[in-house]
Write a protein that binds this ligand. Structure first.
Ligand SMILES: [Zn+2]
Length: 223
């Protein structure tokens, strides 16, 4: 899944208003942030195989450390712990536990959403059986589900926050448009020319999207 992950990141702002949208995006996309790094160093493996699904030409041969449910429990607990550590400004304990639970859930949501979209390649644990419902076999189904999720998530964020200034309005609109147009235009895009090009673009895109989300959020206030 692509923008469906960010839909959950936007929506989560309503429940943890003190956490930046950039951090929420990093949580929902954490598996996809770790993955290109592990592909680059040769620990995880992907093949460009046009036609393997209707929506994406990628065959995920092995990604036990970025995309297994067991690994994501560990990554989610680590990410949640980092985000919920008390700050010098002193955060109440209840709030810290709330942040930990939300961040862990967001990191794990990646597995659930990828399980829905991927063909059976999502492992429960490294070396374990692999599962997937294969929504990617239908372009129309993928677009319908992800765009609907995205519209709901963005509207929850829009209602939970308000622009502090013009950047808060235009950066918000720009990021939403960038994600939506990028996702829809991906349907007719040619497959990546090589695995190196794939992981380089993946690292650059996730860095850009998380940075833009953080920047947008700094120019918006919680209602
Ligand atoms: Zn993923």
């Amino acid at each position: 899944m692509f923008i469906g992950h960010f839909a959950l990141g936007y929506a989560a702002k309503r429940w943890v208003p003190q956490v930046s949208l950039g951090v929420l995006f990093a949580a929902v996309a954490l598996a996809d942030v770790i993955w290109p790094v592990l592909v680059a160093v040769g620990i995880e493996h992907v093949r460009i195989a046009p036609g393997i699904t209707a929506f994406t030409p990628l065959e995920f041969i092995s990604y036990p450390y970025s995309h297994s449910l067991a690994a994501l429990v560990l990554w989610g607990a680590l990410f949640g712990w980092i985000c919920s550590r008390p700050r010098p400004a002193s955060v109440a304990t209840g709030t810290s536990i709330g942040i930990f639970v939300v961040m862990l859930a967001l990191v794990l949501s990646h597995w659930v959403l990828d399980f829905i979209t991927h063909i059976p390649d999502m492992p429960l644990y490294p070396g374990g059986a692999r599962y997937g419902l294969g929504l990617w076999n239908s372009v129309a189904g993928t677009l319908a589900v992800e765009v609907a999720m995205f519209v709901v998530g963005v509207s929850i964020y829009a209602r939970a926050t308000r622009a502090r200034d013009r950047i808060g309005t235009w950066a918000f609109a720009g990021l939403v448009g960038f994600l939506l147009i990028g996702f829809v235009s991906n349907v007719s895009a040619p497959p990546p020319p090589s695995v190196s090009a794939l992981w380089i673009v993946a690292v650059a895109l996730s860095g850009l999207i998380i940075t833009l989300a953080h920047w947008t959020d700094r120019h918006r206030a919680s209602r």
